[in-house]
Ligand binder design. Structure first.
Ligand code: AMP
Length: 219
């Protein structure tokens, strides 16, 4: 059996994790596992989990490690995750990273890709971001879809995420610095960290990541 390709895409909110994860997941044939998407979906369908986490998401705070660890562990049991996963937005704390190591055992994380983007740029990207509530396509506030409020992909409503409001952006970036940035040394000490300049065109970022994955003999 071929080894599992387990990749993590790490970076500040607005660094382009979602965009890169979507492309890379398709290129490598591994599912894009976004804890943010899973939690937002739970809020949308108003299930038990959704009711528990709705106000946390809205404020831009972090959901507890126990909840997200359990979500991810369940996701790993799905048939499509057996050849690898592309993790976006998880892990976000050292506790989650340790839980992830316990979940994956020897066949663990192969690479952690850090998308490096300056704080001023991500703040600008997040405040101008608009998103389709139905299919998740993202737009800029100046795009016609954002102005008209209608997604050209699926016809869904294009809105501003409540956690992209200024106060929530501040909270999320502070949380990133406090809780998530320590993961850079966690993965660097394991020889798994590669930092890519996220302030380039999405295509250039993808090409750089794919070059590293290739150089390391991972795919
Ligand atoms: P994201 O789309 O990755 O920015 O996630 C949106 C929101 O979901 C975050 O602001 C958190 O409230 C929550 N969330 C997503 N992933 C995690 C995680 N790994 N740990 C804790 N909270 C998370």
């Amino acid at each position: 059996m071929s080894p599992r390709l387990n990749l993590i895409v790490l970076g500040k909110q607005g660094a382009g994790k979602g965009t890169q994860s979507t492309v890379l997941s398709e290129k490598y044939g591994i599912p894009h596992v976004s804890t943010g998407d899973m939690l937002r979906n739970a809020v949308k369908v108003e299930n038990e989990l959704g009711k528990k986490v709705a106000s946390i998401l809205e404020a831009g705070e972090l959901v507890s490690d126990d909840i997200v660890n359990q979500l991810v562990e369940e996701r790993f049991k799905q048939p499509d995750a057996q050849h690898g996963v592309l993790l976006d937005g998880f892990p976000r704390t050292i506790g989650q990273a340790e839980a992830l190591e316990a979940m994956l055992g020897d066949d663990g994380i192969k690479l952690c890709i850090n998308l490096d983007v300056p704080i001023e740029l991500v703040t600008e990207r997040l405040s101008s971001r608009r998103v389709c509530q139905e299919c998740g396509t993202t737009y800029k506030d100046t795009d016609i879809e954002a102005i008209s409020g209608t997604c050209s992909n699926c016809g869904g409503d294009v809105i501003q995420r409540t956690d992209d409001y200024p106060e929530a952006i501040r909270t999320r970036l502070e949380n990133y610095e406090r809780d998530t940035e320590p993961l850079l040394s966690f993965y660097a000490s394991r020889g798994l960290l590669v930092t890519v300049d996220g302030d380039q065109s999405p295509e250039d970022v993808t090409n750089e990541i794919m070059r590293v994955v290739h150089e390391r003999g991972l795919a």
